[in-house]
Design a binder for this molecule. Sequence first.
Ligand code: NDP
Length: 238
Amino acid sequence: MRRVIISGGTRGIGLACVKAFCDNGDRVAFIYKNSNYKAEEIAKRYGALPIRADISVEDDVKRAVEIALEALGGVDILVNNAGISEIGLFTDMSGADWHNVINTNLSGVFFMSRDISREMIKQKYGRIINIGSVWGRCGASCEVAYSASKAGVRGLTMSMAKELGPSGITVNCIEPGVIETDMNSHFDGDTMRELCDETSLCRIGKPEDVAGAVLFFASDRASFITGQILGVDGGFEI
Ligand code: NDP
């Protein structure tokens, strides 16, 4: 039975990961920011441990990691999934909005990985799976901070893989394309159809499509794979 910590487990891709690991018989703790009611429901239904914390706040992460390690008795797998997007013209973006996106999507991955890998280093084993975005590869208009944060996750993945490899820890990144979650709920039908047209497989992805790749990177089958970036995007922009 593996011990798994997932950030952003109340909705979308993170929730699909919580379900997938719980269905597999693993012990799961998940972090969320606001959705108390949903978190309790998920805890009851799947037996996962909910921890309320803001991953963009260093001390909050420290506290959440301590709670998770105590409850699970350690950690084998970390899924850095929580993220936010901020839509709008780059020229209109405030410094506060920029910092909020970077602090959540990039610093949050750093805080979580640093605090958890200290534990993984002691046991000489661990799997870290970061959720980036296709926009971190090709850049999205009107999502400049988001694209920059996700490009940062690429770099963080490769450098952490080099530094943590000698300790038996793999670090990989999944870059989803357009996935049907709350994050995309502001897009109208026409925009979703356009995004669908840009996807070679002609469909919007499901959170489970991403969770399947997360499970692969967490499995023994991926034990010689590290520092890699995998697009789970239905062939978006190829
Ligand atoms: P959702 O908006 O559906 O869910 C986001 C999750 O992250 C929620 O559980 C939310 O908690 C949590 N969260 C947000 N901010 C924080 C924070 N500061 N601290 C702790 N938890 C936080 O997102 P998706 O499932 O769509 O996205 C998941 C990941 O996949 C993100 O990193 C996203 O960038 C990436 N991605 C998504 C794509 C898509 O098309 N959906 C495409 C490419 C990448 P709460 O419910 O409490 O707010």
